[in-house]
Design a binder for this molecule. Structure first.
Ligand code: AMP
Length: 282
């Protein structure tokens, strides 16, 4: 496994590999790797011939009062995990490599970035789209893999790739969970034992909603939203802690009033100081 720190070097290598007929598969992450990330890498192993992982905590996707400085970082451990998962190249750029002095271009996906998390994290998805566009240009992948755990992010990347006619296949990978249902996240490290127990109410509420949807033929999206919120409130969440519990169109992310098209239930809530997101297909 090769570790490359500069965009220039990895871009040259990527272009060369492409010319040699290699199929490049790319998994972008912010590190602090867990089983969710490793699942993306394992999927990637079967989708091409060269597996590239990037580890970059992207400053532009964090708000001024968010956790950029204290975001968990553990490169030696990440490299060990990557090696054991069959990664061929790890790209670990510096902030100035990705955002060189004088850099002044950003990209923003329209409507989809304004919904759900976009309401509460202004600028977040512009930061995500910009860094992903840069990474795509640097790494030159044929395929890129993103987790459904960050469902809105996945849909925004799909939109950008379609809008810019980028010749990249986007693969959405299912959410990996702990045995008790909590979605794996690098931010779970922030949770105390009590908070960890409270956080479990989120996947439970998602599963209860899915059950309602499957067993109550005529249920409206709004009734599901009310029930999810009420389950979370019963588990000790306050209304202020629940940023949203929304049933949306699975592709456009627009609010819906019936289940005539595929739908997604998306939740964002604070547990103590930690903001968690999760979602499920309905
Ligand atoms: P992050 O390092 O949090 O930016 O995540 C990097 C990639 O891993 C993103 O595409 C995430 O959606 C994905 N990911 C994070 N957590 C999970 C999970 N529990 N299951 C599947 N994919 C995940």
């Amino acid at each position: 496994m090769e570790v490359i720190e500069t965009s220039k070097k990895i871009q040259q290598l990527a272009l060369h590999s492409r010319a040699q007929g290699e199929k490049l598969v790319f998994v972008p992450t912010m590190g602090a790797l867990h089983r969710g990330h490793l699942e993306l890498l394992s999927i990637g192993k079967n989708l091409g011939t060269k597996l590239i992982l990037s580890i970059f905590v992207n400053p532009t996707q964090f708000g001024p009062n968010e956790d950029f400085a204290k975001y968990p970082r553990n490169l030696p451990n990440d490299l060990e995990l990557a090696k054991n998962t069959g990664v061929d190249i790890v790209f670990t750029p510096s902030v100035t490599d990705i955002y060189p002095p004088g850099d002044q271009t950003a990209v923003e996906v329209g409507e989809k970035s304004k919904r759900l998390c976009g309401t509460f994290r202004p600028g977040h998805f512009a930061g995500v789209a910009t860094v992903v566009l840069k990474l795509f240009n640097i790494v030159q992948p044929h395929v890129a893999i993103f987790g459904e755990k960050d469902y809105q992010q996945l849909q925004i990347i799909r939109q950008m790739v379609a809008d810019f006619q980028m010749p990249i296949d986007i693969f959405g990978a299912p959410t990996i969970r702990e045995n008790d249902g909590l979605a794996l996240s690098s931010r779970n490290k922030y949770l105390s034992a009590n908070e960890r127990a409270q956080a479990l109410a989120i996947p439970k509420a998602l599963n209860a909603a899915k059950f309602m949807r499957q067993n109550q033929g005529k249920i409206a999206p709004e009734q599901i939203e009310i029930s999810v919120r009420s389950n979370l409130l019963d588990s000790g969440f306050t209304n202020e802690q629940i940023q949203y519990a929304s049933v949306v169109d699975a592709e456009t992310l627009n609010p819906i009033t019936d289940f005539s098209a595929p739908a997604r239930l998306c939740v964002a809530a604070y547990v103590g100081k930690t903001r968690l997101i999760d979602n499920i297909a309905l």
